[in-house]
Write a protein that binds this ligand. Structure first.
Ligand code: CO8
Length: 254
C-alpha cells in the first residue's frame, strides 16, 4: 500500500499521509514523496487549494528517529537535513491541514507551515524534540513563536508538553476545532471554499500574509544550523537511542 495518496476534486488537491507502522514519521524518502506531490499540485492549473490529512490515528510523529540515529553531523550539515518536508512553506497556493491525533515535532512544524489548521477535538500538538536532546530544525522555534508568542512557545519547546486542540485554538496555532467524526468533511469543505474563489487572488493574499513574517528566512537558517549541532552531541545520540530502545534517556549534559 502506498504511503501517500493524492486526489483532485473541485479545485482541491488532497494529499493523505499514510506511512503505516511509523505514524507518518518523516523519513527522507517520505519527505521527498510529499515534496514531489506538493509541487505537482502547485503546478497544476486546475488546483487552487491543497488539503493535507492523515489516514492514520495520528497526524504525524515527526522526524523519523530511527533514520536520524544513522545520520552523522557531517551528513546532516551537508544535506541541510531538517527531518521535515522542506518545500511546504514555498507552496504558492493556500494549504489547509486536517489534524487528527498527535502532531509532534516535525509533524507540528508541518502544521505551522500550513495556512488554515482544522483540528479534531481530540488532536494534540507538541514539540518533544527536547526529550531526545534535539530541537526543531524546520521552523519550529521560528513559526511557533510568531504564532503563539514567546512564553507559550518556550513552554512547549523546553518542556515538550502537548497542547490540547482547545489550548491550541486559544493560542492561535489552530484555526478551528471540529468533532472528530467531522474532521475530514469540514477540512475538505474549507479547502473547496478557498478553491472556489479567484486563484490568483488567494495566492496574493497568502503571499501578503507571509510577508508579515519579518526576518523569518534568517531565523530559519540560524535554527537549522543549531539543530545540526545537536547531531554532534552525546546527549542527542543517547536521546535517539533511548527512544529506539524504549527506555528513559540518561543525559550527561554534553
Ligand atoms: N520516528 C520513527 N518511528 C516512530 C516515530 C518517529 N518519530 N514515532 C513513532 N514511531 C514508531 C514507533 O517506534 C512504533 O514502532 P514499533 O511498533 O516498531 O515499535 C510505531 O511507530 C508506533 O508508535 P507507538 O507504539 O509509540 O505509538 P503510540 O500511539 O503508543 O505513541 C507517539 C504515539 C506518542 C507519537 C509516540 O510514538 C512518540 O512519542 N513518538 C515520537 C514522537 C517524537 O519524539 N517526535 C519528535 C521527533 S524529532 C522531530 O520531529 C524534529 C526534528 C528533531 C531532530 C532530532 C530527533 C532525533
Amino acid at each position: 500500500m502506498s504511503s501517500l495518496n493524492v486526489e483532485q476534486c473541485d479545485g482541491v488537491g488532497h494529499i493523505t499521509l499514510n506511512r503505516i507502522g511509523a505514524l507518518n514519521a518523516l523519513s527522507r524518502e517520505f519527505c521527498h514523496e510529499i515534496d514531489v506531490a506538493l509541487h505537482a499540485l502547485d503546478n497544476t492549473e486546475s488546483v487552487r487549494a491543497i488539503l493535507i490529512s492523515s489516514a492514520l490515528k495520528h497526524f504525524c510523529a515527526g522526524a523519523d528517529i530511527r533514520e536520524m540515529a544513522q545520520i552523522t553531523a557531517e551528513e546532516a550539515m551537508a544535506e541541510r537535513f531538517t527531518g521535515c518536508v522542506s518545500s511546504l512553506s514555498d507552496i504558492s497556493k493556500p494549504v489547509v491541514v486536517a489534524v487528527r491525533g498527535l502532531a509532534a515535532g516535525g509533524g507540528c512544524e508541518l502544521v505551522e507551515m500550513c495556512d488554515i489548521v482544522v483540528a479534531a477535538l481530540t488532536a494534540k500538538f507538541c514539540h518533544p524534540e527536547i526529550t531526545l536532546a534535539a530541537m526543531p530544525g524546520a521552523g519550529g522555534t521560528q513559526r511557533l513563536s510568531r504564532v503563539v508568542g514567546k512564553h507559550v512557545a518556550m513552554d512547549l519547546l523546553l518542556t515538550g508538553r502537548a497542547l490540547s486542540a482547545e489550548e491550541a485554538l486559544a493560542a492561535g496555532l489552530v484555526s478551528r476545532i471540529v468533532p472528530d467524526d467531522q474532521l475530514e468533511d469540514v477540512a475538505l469543505a474549507v479547502a473547496k471554499l478557498v478553491a472556489s474563489f479567484s486563484g490568483p487572488v488567494t495566492r496574493r493574499i497568502k503571499a501578503s500574509v507571509n510577508e508579515t513574517q519579518v526576518n523569518l528566512a534568517a531565523g530559519l537558517v540560524a535554527e537549522r544550523d543549531r539543530f545540526h549541532n545537536c547531531f554532534n552531541e552525546y546527549d542527542f545520540r543517547e536521546g535517539v537511542s533511548a527512544f529506539i530502545e524504549k527506555r528513559s534517556a540518561h543525559f550527561l549534559h554534553r
